[in-house]
Structures are given as C-alpha cells and as structure tokens.
Design a protein around this ligand. Structure first.
Ligand SMILES: [Zn+2]
Length: 282
C-alpha cells in the first residue's frame, strides 16, 4: 500500500477524495508526505487505523492540504497533541474530524487549539479519548458554535461542566454521544433540557417552524449509572426528535434505565389521538 501511494499520488494532482482505510496498517509518513506534496486540492482524507503514522504526516498535511474539510485519523494512536495543534493552525476549513481513539493527541490543549482555529467544525468524534477533560470540551463548545454532532463516548474524565458548556454554546447540536461518561449527573442533564427551553424562548421563537429542525436528534446515554427516568423524560420533552419507541430509537440508554417508563413524542401523540377519538365517540 505504501509503495502504491508513493507511485500514484504524483499522478493524481487534482484528487479531491482519498480513502486509505486499512485493516493491516502499512501506510508510513513518506506516503502522506507525498500526498501532501502533490494533492493540494484534497478535501476528504481517510487515514483511519494507520498507527504507523507519526506527527510528520500531520506537519505535511498542514502545509500541503489546507483545503481539507473532512479528515479521519481515528485509531492513529501515534499522533501527539503538538502535531494536532499544528494541523489546526493551517487546516482551518475542517468541518468533519474523526479523532476516535487518538488518545495521545486529544489533550485539552489540542481541543483548545481546535476551538480557536476550526470554527467551522460540524462534526467531531472524540470516542475513547480519555485524556479529554472539561477544559477542552468547554473550549470546543464556545469555539465551534456550528457543532452538530459530537461523540464523547468513553471520555470518562468529563463532568457536568462539559454538559453545561455544550448546552449553552452549541445550540445546533443534534447528536451527542455520552456512552460511558460516568461523571455526569442528573442535575446537569436537567440543565441540558432546560437550556433548550431558555434558548428557545429567546432565540428560536421568532423562527417558527424551525423548531423541528433544530435540537438533539440523537443521544446515547448508555451505561449511565446515575440517571433517573424522570431526567430522561425531561430530555424527551425538550427535544421532540429524540425517540425511545421501537423502530426510531434515537435515544439510546441501554444498561440501567427502564425504557418503558420514558415516553417520546410518538407516545404523547398517540395518547392525544386516542383521547380525541374517545371524545368524538362520546
Ligand atoms: Zn417515538
């Protein structure tokens, strides 16, 4: 694979998308350096699971591929936070960034750099990056106001402060993964629900009709030991696009909570329909 890239990259100078996802990582820094040297128009690059790659690759991309909007380096465990910080200074057009499992690279300093430099970010995967803390998530929340999808599954260090920051900074958030984030409490999940009510009154009210388009559509809170059904119900009431019904299941909470005690908008709707049928019958 490495030699193939070395020989082909110089011939494809107009390349926009390149997927180099591998099961058995062979890709080395020399390949990414060659890509960066010849493919300056590249917008979408997938280097996932290339754990032989080091920061040299990130430095090369910073200089050669500044038009990147989508970058997947999940499972690239050798990248450091300095390398990632450097990349964000030059690749400022990034909208979709997958850093799942990049444990060494995803420190709070690196997330601060993302919050400072990548303000157009829509989607960020930080799954199983257990160096991520509240400081980093807070910088993201206020630096990337367009964030729509954020996966924090397995970020065990984050606490209530992160949820508060996201609730107030990222008003367009539609998908939030909090699987295994054990340090978040009921109180702050309520704040996520209530922030929406507060923001809806001040910001969204003049834009009637947009209500259904905005707000969380997907939330994973599995393996939460502390949450109660009532707080999950509050979230469902606030975000009508979250579903617990079979088939639409966009609120995932397997593990500890009893699904049957939480009702999504469908249940309320069918209850109303049933009531009106009964009324008409009388
Ligand atoms: Zn439903």
């Amino acid at each position: 694979m490495n030699n193939l890239v070395l020989s082909l990259a110089p011939k494809f100078t107009k390349l926009l998308t390149l997927v180099l996802r591998q099961e058995n990582p062979q890709l080395e820094d020399t390949a990414v350096e060659t890509i960066a040297k010849f493919c300056h128009d590249l917008q979408d690059l997938d280097l996932s699971k290339s754990f032989k790659l080091g920061d040299r690759s990130l430095y090369a991309l910073s200089h050669g591929c500044r038009n990147l909007t989508k970058l997947n380096i999940s499972g690239c465990t050798s990248f450091s936070d300095e390398g990632l910080e450097y990349l964000t200074k030059f690749c400022r057009k990034l909208k979709i960034l997958n850093l799942c499992g990049c444990i060494k690279a995803t420190t709070d300093c690196a997330l601060q750099a993302i919050g400072q430099n990548c303000n157009m970010l829509h989607s960020l995967n930080l799954g199983w990056c257990d160096n991520v803390g509240d400081l980093g998530v807070t910088s993201l929340a206020y630096g990337c106001p367009d964030l729509r999808c954020l996966d924090l599954c397995g970020c065990v260090r984050i606490t209530d402060d992160s949820v508060i920051a996201l609730a107030s900074g990222c008003l367009h958030l539609r998908s939030l993964g909090l699987y295994y984030c054990r340090n978040i409490t009921n109180r702050e999940m309520y704040s996520l629900a209530h922030s929406r009510v507060k923001n809806k009154a001040s910001i969204w009210q003049p834009m009637k009709g947009r209500y259904d388009e905005e707000g969380l559509r997907s939330l994973n809170i599995s393996q939460y030991t502390a949450l109660t059904p009532s707080v999950v119900q509050a979230l469902c009431d606030t975000f009508p696009a979250l579903h617990t019904c079979s088939g639409r299941h966009s609120l995932v909470m397997s593990g500890y909570l009893n699904l049957t005690s939480v009702h999504c908008a469908c249940a309320v709707q069918s209850h109303r329909t049933l009531n009106s049928i009964l009324h008409t019958a009388h």
